[in-house]
Design a protein around this ligand. Structure first.
Ligand SMILES: [Zn+2]
Ligand SMILES: [Zn+2]
Length: 115
């Protein structure tokens, strides 16, 4: 098995809705800690009314479907572990050789998808 450094790994989010919920939980925890120390900040996860199933491609701003008609999770590809890509952009960047060979499943929501 080849070892990759962090910037050579793309992340596959198996269950985007659960992933977002986990993210928000973390953001809430951070906010609580910050409030205790008197820091106030705006967090997009907490302050924009973003729903957990609303994902946008970070490259072309198209909405990404994360749930199919049966309510099953559709995984989301995170380029460099931070930029969500829609199907078109995955194809485009894959073709141009930008996507990383190293890929891993997000540990926060791995195995929670139905295959
Ligand atoms: Zn896109
Ligand atoms: Zn996750």
């Amino acid at each position: 098995m080849t070892m990759y450094s962090d910037d050579e790994i793309d992340l596959i989010v198996s269950n985007p809705v659960l992933h977002r919920a986990n993210d928000r939980e973390y953001a809430e925890k951070m906010r609580k800690q910050n409030e205790d120390s008197g820091v106030i900040y705006i967090d997009t996860l907490l302050d924009t009314g973003l729903t957990d199933d609303f994902w946008i491609c970070d490259m072309c701003n198209d909405q990404i479907n994360v749930v199919d008609e049966q309510g099953e999770s559709i995984s989301v590809y995170l380029w460099l572990q931070t930029r969500a890509l829609c199907g078109n952009c995955i194809d485009k960047y894959e073709e141009q050789g930008y996507l990383n060979e190293g890929k891993m499943f997000c540990p926060c929501c791995i195995g929670k998808e139905k295959v």
